[in-house]
Design a protein around this ligand. Structure first.
Ligand code: SF4
Length: 329
């Protein structure tokens, strides 16, 4: 099991300033397994009562400050960097950097990076502390390495809905450091350049091209199916970091102007079960998390599109200009 830096001493020192009686803890699913140990320690050291949030949490777009307002005096949110949002209660963010050796994965990546001179590096919150070590390793092996800050993100950091740190880099290839296909797919679709993903947990390295190609085919098929849809649901989330009301209103208007019916449906966590009662709808477009249509499409039996994909359905954008939806703060 991977280990993480939970920075408990720092949390205790910071928490004391708020003199809390009740503290809330919030984790992404992958870190919840550590919740009991941390709660026990904080209760003992601070003399507080801890409430552990078991609701799903997929990003800093989903901080539980609104839900826990009036219940806890302080919230500690693990696993994400803060977004430039206003919070209803005091929140301490702990990134929870992974304790992992990056070098074996980097060493394996050299073969797939051969033939490329300029490399852009990107990673997620859990590995931001490894970025300098990764850059030095690549430079020591003859690469020119570029990285940049993004809009609301730190140097080299990408979120599932924010790839601004990599979009403008003048590079031949990207090296993503982290696990899963979710973020490297985003880099590939936003930049159109090759992406090599190096997983520091397993040491495995792969080129994301085949996966990206498969996803693009699936998106093309969803757009084609959605062309027939006359009644649409515009899915909006009430989560603070996903709440794009003006986008939802624009999508409804776009659909209505094209002679289709459209209804805005607002939810906290979007799931297929909650959409069952709206069985008259033929298709959905999402103003909530931009990744939902691309990553969760298989859960829905009706086409579920991003706003950009809806533009293609309506003839306002060509397939050659396909890209992912983004939330930039
Ligand atoms: S909106 Fe989606 S992709 Fe963006 S941070 Fe939230 S969960 Fe991640």
């Amino acid at each position: 099991m991977a280990d993480y830096q939970f920075e408990t001493s720092k949390v205790i020192e910071k928490a004391k300033k708020y003199n809390p009686r009740i503290i809330g803890l919030q984790f992404p699913d992958g870190l919840k397994i550590h919740a009991l140990k941390l709660a026990r320690k904080l209760e003992k050291e601070l003399g507080v009562t801890v409430l552990i949030s078991a609701d799903p949490c997929y990003g800093a777009c989903d901080v539980a400050d609104t839900k826990l307002e009036g219940i806890v005096d302080l919230l500690i949110h693990y696993g994400h960097s803060p977004l430039p949002l206003d919070y209803n209660i005091p929140v301490i963010f702990i990134e929870a950097y992974a304790k992992v050796d990056i070098i074996p994965a980097l060493r394996s990546s050299l073969k797939l990076l051969s033939g490329y001179d300029k490399v852009g590096v990107a990673t997620t919150t859990q590995h931001l502390h490894l970025l300098d070590e990764a850059i030095k390793f690549l430079e020591d092996h003859g690469k020119k390495v570029l990285s940049a800050k993004g809009v609301g993100t730190r140097r080299g950091q990408v979120l599932g809905c924010n790839f601004s740190s990599v979009k403008e880099l003048d590079v031949d290839v990207y090296l993503f450091i982290g696990s899963g296909d979710f973020h490297p797919l985003g880099i590939r679709l936003f930049t159109g350049k090759p992406v090599i993903a190096a997983d520091p947990y397993t040491g495995q390295v792969n080129n994301i091209e085949d996966f990206a190609d498969r996803i693009l085919r699936i998106r093309f098929a969803a757009i084609t199916r959605a062309r027939e849809a006359k009644k649409w649901g515009v899915i909006m989330s009430s989560k603070k970091g996903q709440k794009r009301l003006s986008l939802a209103l624009n999508l409804k208007k776009l659909l209505e102007d094209s002679g289709r019916e459209a209804f805005i449906i607002i939810l906290d966590d979007v799931s297929p079960e909650l959409l069952v009662p709206f069985r008259d709808l033929n298709a959905f477009v999402v103003s909530a998390c931009p990744r939902m249509p691309v990553d969760d499409y298989h859960l829905y039996d009706k086409p579920i599109l991003t706003p950009i994909e809806l533009e293609i359905v309506l003839g306002k954008r060509g397939w050659e200009d396909y890209t992912l939806d983004e939330i930039l703060f």
